[in-house]
Design a binder for this molecule. Sequence first.
Ligand code: ZN
Length: 129
Amino acid sequence: MEKETAGERPGIPTDRKAETDPPFSGKYYRHFASGDYLCASCGASLFLSDAKYDSGSGWPSFYAPCEAGAVESVADHSLGMDRTEVLCGKCGSHLGHVFADGPRPTGMRYCINSTALEFRGNDERHPKR
Ligand SMILES: [Zn+2]
């Protein structure tokens, strides 16, 4: 009898050299709870859920960091592309990239890897009594 292979998913690429999650795969891609997103490396506050939106790109997207200086932007010319890399303003961890095609009010799209983020919900900060 032939082995049933229909419905098997193609393997997820394990190539991580670009340090980017495969699109539509990250744990925070469709995550719209209220709270803030911290750096997974050092715990610094990076983005608020208020600034998160669905850009359709497949990655968690924000139009602004939680405060000026929370993230750093540096030019990234790797892979033959002109992009702006986003780093944690505190520890310098790679977070993702920022593009100038976001919504109002900033016009920016911070495209961030789920693996670089740690979510802290408002319920955890202000437990109900
Ligand atoms: Zn950090």
